[in-house]
Design a binder for this molecule. Structure first.
Ligand SMILES: *[C@@H]1O[C@H](CO)[C@@H](O)[C@H](O)[C@H]1NC(C)=O
Ligand SMILES: *[C@@H]1O[C@H](CO)[C@@H](O)[C@H](O)[C@H]1NC(C)=O
Length: 285
C-alpha cells in the first residue's frame, strides 16, 4: 500500500514537473510497477507458466526377494493327483480311463492307497475288461492282509502285512510273462510273490478305477466291490520296475518316464461322487 502511495506521488511529481503525460487518467497508472517489492516471484499468487520438461528418471529400487517355489504339476516327475471315492457299497462312483490301454506281457501298477475298506468283499482299485474277459487285469484288496489280483482272467491271492495299521500305503503290483511271476510291494518292500498264470493279452479294452467291471464299458458293477478311500498317483508301466525304481517312487517321488498309464485329468472321466484334488506335495514314505 505504501509502495503505491509513493509511486502515485512520484507520478504526480513527474507529471507536474515535466508535463510528459497528456492523458488525465494516466496519473492512476503506475509505470513499470508490475512486480511489487516483497512478493516472491514464484509464490502461490503468481500465475504458472507453461509446463516444464520432464526431469530425468530416478534410479529404480532394488529387486524384491524371490518367492518360494510352488509345487508344480509333475513334481519330481510324477503327475501328482488324488482321486477320492467317498462312498462304499454303491455302483455310481468311479473314474473311467479314456485313453488307450495296451496289451502287456509284463507290467507294474503303483499307487498310494488310503482306505479302511477291508471287509471280506473286494475293494477294486483297478478294473480292466476286454470283450469276453472282464477280469483281464483286476487289482483289489480283499481283507486287511490279502489282495485279490486277476491277470488274464486268472486269480492270484497275495498275502500282505496288516494294512489296517497304516493310514496310507504305497502299493506296486507287478507281473512278468518272461519270469512267469507276479507279486506286490507294500511301502517299497517285496512282500509277496506267486507263479503267474496269465497276462494282459489284449489292448483297447475299458479300464476304470473304484469299481469292478463284470462287463466292458463299466458294465455289471457290484455294490460290494466298490473301493472306498483315496488313490494317489496311480501309474502303470509296461515292464517290471526294479527295487531301486520302486524305492525312488516311494521315497523320492521319482517316476520312470516310460509309463503307459497315468491318471492325468485329460485322460479320465469322473462319475458319481468320485472327484479329484491336487495335493500340495507329492507323497513319499
Ligand atoms: C481321503 O481324503 C480325504 C480328503 O483329503 C480325507 O478327508 C479322507 O479321510 C481320506 N480317506 C481316507 C480313507 O483316508
Ligand atoms: C508267455 O509265457 C509263456 C510261457 O513261457 C510262453 O509260452 C508265451 O509265448 C509267452 N507269451 C508272450 C506273449 O510272451
Amino acid at each position: 500500500m505504501n509502495v503505491l502511495v509513493v509511486l502515485l506521488w512520484l507520478t504526480f511529481l513527474f507529471t507536474g514537473s515535466y508535463g510528459q503525460f497528456q492523458n488525465q487518467h494516466s496519473q492512476q497508472v503506475p509505470v513499470c510497477a508490475s512486480i511489487p517489492v516483497g512478493v516472491p516471484v514464484n509464490g502461490p499468487e503468481t500465475f504458472q507458466g507453461p509446463k516444464g520438461e520432464h526431469g530425468t528418471a530416478g534410479k529404480r529400487g532394488p529387486k524384491g526377494e524371490r518367492g518360494s517355489p510352488g509345487h508344480p504339476w509333475g513334481h519330481g516327475g510324477c503327475p501328482t493327483i488324488t482321486y477320492h471315492f467317498p462312498r462304499d457299497d454303491q455302483i455310481a462312483d468311479y473314474v473311467w480311463y479314456r485313453s488307450y490301454v495296451p496289451r502287456m506281457i509284463e507290467a507294474t501298477a503303483c499307487a498310494w492307497l488310503e482306505t479302511s475298506d477291508f471287509h471280506d468283499d473286494i475293494a477294486s482299485w483297478v478294473s480292466y475288461a476286454i470283450p469276453g474277459q472282464n477280469n483281464e487285469f483286476l487289482l483289489s484288496i480283499r481283507t486287511k492282509t490279502t489282495a485279490d489280483i486277476y491277470i488274464g482272467g486268472q486269480s492270484h491271492k497275495l498275502l500282505l502285512p496288516d494294512l489296517s495299521s497304516m493310514n496310507k500305503f504305497h502299493a506296486c503290483v507287478w507281473f512278468s510273462n518272461k519270469t512267469r511271476q507276479t507279486g506286490i510291494y507294500i511301502n517299497s518292500e517285496r512282500v509277496s510273490t506267486l507263479p503267474l498264470k496269465g497276462f494282459v493279452s489284449q489292448g483297447g479294452g475299458s479300464m476304470i478305477f473304484g469299481q469292478d467291471q463284470d462287463d466292458v464299458n463299466a458294465g455289471s458293477l457290484a455294490e460290494n466291490q466298490a473301493y472306498n478311500g483315496n488313490i494317489t498317483n496311480l501309474m502303470i508301466w509296461p515292464r517290471v520296475l526294479s527295487q531301486n525304481e520302486i524305492n525312488n517312487l516311494a521315497y523320492n517321488c521319482q517316476c520312470p518316464v516310460d509309463y503307459v498309464i497315468a491318471l492325468t485329468l485329460d485322460r479320465v472321466e469322473l462319475f458319481g461322487e468320485a472327484h479329484y484334488s491336487i495335493p500340495d506335495t507329492c507323497p513319499t514314505l
